[in-house]
Design a protein around this ligand. Structure first.
Ligand SMILES: [Fe+2]
Ligand SMILES: [Fe+2]
Length: 176
């Protein structure tokens, strides 16, 4: 039994405020990609899906008049840093295990290079999965931040992914 589900996270007002800002449809799609990649690479699917869902929770004023401004974004962006902190606080508040919250926060911090100095880094499998999941959902012109779906469908997809994670975790327990 997981301490915190994706549904718990989705329903929280902090998620509704900040994840919706950079695109709820993108967040849900990245959570699904992260789940699939986690299964493929033997990473914990619960952590991967949560980090995928929350990876862009740190976005703030990267747009002007509601439109993406890529030049401004690249110049001033620290959304991985803000996101790591915001997601960590939210997860701990919801009752998440503190080690899990830390791993998810790190995966968010490293999901894109805008918070990193240049150089070679050794990423954990979870961090690689979350980065790849985000890349899989990107669209030219940053259109992935503007995709929409109705809220009923959002909640349905989140609840379905919770079921997939529960099933994967209980199967894993049986095989080991
Ligand atoms: Fe991002
Ligand atoms: Fe993203």
């Amino acid at each position: 039994m997981r301490a915190v589900t994706l549904t718990n996270i989705y329903l929280h007002p902090i998620t509704q405020k900040y994840v919706r800002r950079s695109g709820m449809a993108h967040a849900i799609s990245v959570a699904y990609h992260a789940y699939d990649l986690a299964i493929k690479y033997g990473v914990n699917p619960d952590l991967a899906a949560k980090a995928g869902f929350l990876h862009d929770i740190g976005h703030y004023e990267w747009y002007s008049e509601g439109k993406w401004d890529y030049r401004l974004y690249r110049e001033y962006d620290i959304h991985p840093i803000k996101g790591a902190e915001r997601a960590h606080k939210l997860l701990v508040r919801l009752g998440e295990d503190k080690h899990v919250a830390k791993e998810i926060a790190h995966a968010i911090l490293f999901h894109t290079d805008s918070a990193l100095p240049t150089g070679e880094f050794q990423f954990t499998p979870l961090q690689k999965v979350v980065h790849l999941a985000d890349e899989s959902d990107k669209e030219p012109g940053n259109k992935h931040h503007y995709r929409n779906m109705d809220r009923e469908k959002e909640l349905y997809l989140i609840a379905e992914l919770d079921k997939k994670i529960d099933a994967a975790i209980s199967n894993d327990g049986k095989s080991s």
